[in-house]
Design a binder for this molecule. Sequence first.
Ligand code: CDP
Length: 208
Amino acid sequence: MIIAIDGPAASGKGTLAKRIAAHFGLAWLDTGLLYRAVARDVLANGGDLEDVAAAEAAARSVLAVSLSDPSLRGPKAGDAASIVAKFPEVRAALLDYQRAFAAQDDGAVLDGRDIGTIVCPDAHVKIFVTASDEARARRRYLEHQARGEDVAYEDLLVDIRQRDARDRDRAAAPMVAAHDALRLDTTELDPDQAFDAVIELIRSKIGS
Ligand code: CDP
């Protein structure tokens, strides 16, 4: 069984994907980490995020083992990721890895922006997770606060909107719900409620 979870920044898709994978005993790939790692490697090599050749070279040599790097988690890394993610060459270089991951025997859960549309168009279940801009910025704000980091809510809201626009408006694999995706709006849901709702959606699709 392949489950594709897509949606904008801080919609809750990562947390959901992780819990769904644990629930069904499937492997999980957070594909955003691949783009984050490409941006990290470009910068580490002294390159420019807008340099497509440097980004493609980084994408071709990105190592799965380097995806556990905690520095990939922050908002700067997410923003940098969305710059290299607009290049078709980068996306093409990361495609085989993602498809091979999805093809493992027991199945897998992948989350990102284009899983249901490009990476796994034949996924058994596709979910597009959304939440209002304000709810998503508030979640990011609380995450920062919990880590003792001082950031302004308004700045996070602006960042989220900018990144969404970049992901939505790009020509290559834009962030969009697949025509056969089930939609889940988590604006009013806490993590447990969102998880219950997504399990319900998956059951409605594949039967219990
Ligand atoms: O966790 P969050 O939603 O903030 O971001 P992420 O899933 O780690 O993705 C970071 C960036 O990578 C996104 O803003 C996209 O530009 C890019 N990305 C993509 O283009 N395609 C994917 N399948 C996953 C991420």
